[in-house]
Design a protein around this ligand. Sequence first.
Ligand code: NAI
Length: 305
Amino acid sequence: SDNNHATAIDPNSAISHIAIYGAGIMGSGIAQVAAQSGYKVTLWDLTQTDIDRGLHAIRRSLSKPAQKTEKSADQTADAILARISTTTDQLQACASADLVIEAIVESLSVKQDLFVRLAAVAKPSCIFATNTSSLLITDIAANLCAARKKRMVALHFFNPVVRMKLVEVAYMDGVTDPQLLPLLKAWVCDIGKVPVLCRDTPGFIVNRLLVPYNIEARQLVERGDATIEDVDTAMKLGAGYPMGPFELMDMTGLDTGYRIMKAWYENAPGLAGDPRFKPSPAMEAMIANGHLGRKSGQGYYKYTK
Ligand code: NAI
C-alpha cells in the first residue's frame, strides 16, 4: 500500500551515491565538489565527447591548488577522480543513487522527460534535484507521481561551482517532504557550501533579485543616463558590491541572462508578459554578434585571453 511505501523510506537515510545528469559547466563542477567531499559520483551525459570535456574540466580544476576545498586539501587528483564514474547509459546511472542532480540543458520538456524516465528505475528513496536557473520545480515534476514529487527539490548551484559558496535549496510548498530539507542542508554543508532555503518561485532568491537589477543597469546605459564604467564603479564603491552589474553580466554570460529573461517573459507565473523582462534589441544584437562576455572575449568589456 501507499502507507507501506512511505514508511519504507527512512527520511534520514544517508546520501552516499550521487548521480549527476549533464557533464557541462555546472554538472562537471557539481561532480567535482561532491567527489572532493568523499561522495561516490556517477556522471552521465549524452555522448562520450560530452563526458570527456567534463572530465577534462575537472582535471584542470584539480590541478589548481587554490581550488581545493578544506576536505580535499590532502587528497590527490587521482583519488578524487577515482570516485567519479561515467556513463552514457541514462537509466543505469541512477540505479543505485541516493540523490540525482540534473544539470542538463535548460529546456522544460527535456528535463520533464528525463525525470519521468529516471522515476521508472530509481530507488523509491532517491531524491530528485534539478539545478534549473529559470524553470519551476513544479513544472519539471509535472509528470511524476505524488511519491516522486514528495522527494523532488531544486539544488541550485552557482557558476563557477568550485568557487561559489551558495547553494539554493528550493522546495515545492505542500508537496516536497519537509523532512528532506534538513538532510539536504546538511549535505550542502558537507560539500563545503552554504545552503539557503527558498520556495519554488521563479529565479529562487539570487536570480529573482539579480535579473531585474541587471535589466535596470542596462536600461540606464541604453537611455544614455550613465556609462557602463560609471555604473560599475558606482555599484562597487557606492553599494559595496564586489563587482559592477556589467562586469557580473560579462562573467555569467549574456546568453545565460538572456535565456532566463526570455523564459520568464514567456512563461513564469506572475512575471510572464512583464515588459521589464522583454529582451531588448540591443542585448539581442550583442548576442547575435557573439559578444557573450568573458567566455567569448568580449561582452560589455573586451578581454584578452
Ligand atoms: P552546459 O551546456 O554546459 O551543459 C548542459 C549539458 O546537457 C551538456 O553537457 C549537454 O551534453 C547536455 N545535453 C544537451 N542536450 C541534452 C538533451 N537533450 N538531453 C540531455 N542532456 C543534454 O550547461 P550548464 O551551464 O552546465 O547548465 C546546465 C543547467 O544548469 C541548466 O539547467 C542551467 O540553467 C543551470 N544553471 C546554469 C548556470 C550557469 O551559470 N551556467 C548556473 C546555475 C544553473
